[in-house]
Design a protein around this ligand. Structure first.
Ligand code: FRU
Length: 469
């Protein structure tokens, strides 16, 4: 049964909300963000028929986690995006509490979306259906309905299908919670996307010697990279450590040997994918030229998100910049994709004592900094980055109580590449060995300034704006 249409309300929300969001001094100049309401996970990221498609979790009706639709942007270069018709709305019984996250595949020339239909009941329980939808020639998406009910042995928290094809068969990883409330990643396979066979658990609590691995694993993504396999996922309920897993929920990765025949993933330790304040639910795809590209949500659920000031302007959250992934020396390296260099204006260089360095306009800026010893970078007196012999410290005030919050990256810092937008920074350490992504909400004009007595070398560019059209 189709539920009553909310199209008129969505249209009104966009008409009323977009001008206000775009006029907000914190609205990004070159990162994708919602034109109104709340955006969270990237979904259905794919290179298909000559364009990249990026779908996203979107509540156009408000800045909260209700009414999850799939918005849709496309691009030829991952930098210039255009709006596409909204892909999915929660208007069927099987997805009535939200068209939750998922992925997209090219099924013999048909762009096919695999998503979770989330259904919440009045008694607080829930179920989930894994569903398909296809894009038609006119660009509109047609739902094909559920292809998988809840697998036996798991609670209603089973979601976020990431589907790919290998040697003519389809594979799917799903985030799940078992009946003992422990997080897992499940693997399935299918000849046709419609009938799915369970292959078992490939990661999570109790698998490959992992213990205390949290109560729910969200948004898994499994892929081959540089001679290994990488599993990215978001475990909820990991114990906070002194220097990592400090956000409400982290995004993590592990590498190992994935065996298609035995359906096993023999993996090593969990690592945090991004050490900043805001990063969650990333998704990857293969670029036309074979690069593995990742985009993440520059937000984290259930933390201080609802205190972010942009909510009063009717919008909240943005994506990260697209990053190229490589695996080398047992580490996952992330660098901003080279296409982003199009945004650079004239290159400037500066060398000398940090405290004599010029102040830079933070609103659209990229800089590379080579420190010689300790140095601090102040972002509009709202966010502070300190480099010393231990590594990096990123500090800002809690939106709740003003207390100083700190995130860490430990190691020898030789080089920083920092990408700034009007309310975000992405700090790439040592050409991709580490990343710290964070939102911040500066007053304007926002300036970046350098502090400390040590010598630094700077290369920097103002970045052109690039709004979604
Ligand atoms: C991750 C997540 C997913 C879910 C979606 C709902 O942020 O909780 O597990 O599918 O968001 O919006």
């Amino acid at each position: 049964m189709t539920l009553p249409s909310r199209w008129p309300a969505v249209l009104q929300a966009v008409m009323k909300g977009q001008p206000r969001a775009l006029a907000d001094s914190h609205y990004p100049q070159w990162h994708p963000a919602p034109v109104t309401g709340l955006m969270n996970d990237p979904n259905g990221f794919i290179w298909f028929a000559g364009r990249y498609h990026l779908f996203y979790q979107w509540n156009p009706l408000g800045c909260d986690h209700r009414y999850k639709c799939w918005g849709h942007w496309s691009s030829v270069d991952l930098v210039h995006w255009q709006h596409e018709p909204m892909a999915l709305m929660p208007d069927e019984e099987y997805d009535r509490s939200g068209c939750y996250s998922g992925s997209a595949v090219d099924n013999n020339g048909v762009l096919t979306l695999c998503y979770t239909g989330n259904v919440k009941f009045d008694d607080g329980s829930r179920t989930a259906w894994q569903c398909l939808a296809v894009q038609k020639a006119d660009g509109n998406v047609e739902k094909r309905g559920p292809v998988m009910a809840l697998p036996e042995g798991y609670t209603g928290h089973v979601r976020d299908p990431k589907v790919w094809q290998h040697n003519g068969e389809w594979f799917m990883v799903l985030g799940a919670q078992d009946l003992q409330k422990r997080g897992k990643v499940l693997l399935f396979k299918s000849p046709d996307l419609n009938t799915w066979h369970t292959c078992g658990e490939i990661a999570g609590h109790g698998v490959n010697g992992l213990s205390d691995a949290g109560y729910m694993w969200e948004c898994p993504d499994l892929f081959a990279l540089d001679g290994t396999h990488i599993l990215i996922c978001c475990p909820q309920g990991l114990t906070r450590e002194a220097h990592r897993y400090l956000n409400t929920y982290p995004a993590t990765w592990m590498s190992g040997a994935f065996d298609y025949d035995r359906a096993t993933f023999d993996h090593g330790a969990l690592h945090e994918l991004d050490a900043g304040f805001e990063f969650y639910a990333p998704q990857t795809t293969l670029a036309a030229d074979g690069r593995r590209i990742l985009i993440g949500w520059m937000g984290v659920p259930d933390g201080e998100e609802m205190l972010q000031p942009t909510r009063t302007q009717g919008w909240i959250h943005q994506m990260t910049c697209p990053r190229e992934l490589r695996y080398r020396d047992g580490k996952l390296w992330q660098t901003p994709i080279r296409e982003l260099e199009q945004l650079r204006q004239e290159e400037q260089r500066w060398q000398g004592n940090a405290c004599d360095a010029p102040d830079l306009d933070a609103t659209g800026l990229e800089f590379e900094l080579t420190p010689s010893s300790s140095v601090s970078v102040d972002f509009a007196h709202t966010l502070r980055l300190t480099v010393d012999s231990d590594g990096l410290r990123l500090e800002r005030a809690s939106l709740q109580n003003g207390e100083t919050l700190t995130r860490y990256w430990l190691g020898d810092v030789q080089h920083l590449q920092v990408l700034c937008d009007r309310s975000s920074v992405e700090i790439f350490i040592n050409h991709g060995e580490g990343v710290m992504s964070s939102r911040y909400f500066p007053g304007h004009p926002a300036r970046v300034s350098f502090e400390g007595a040590s010598d630094i070398t700077l290369r920097y560019w103002s970045l052109r704006g690039c709004m979604i059209e």
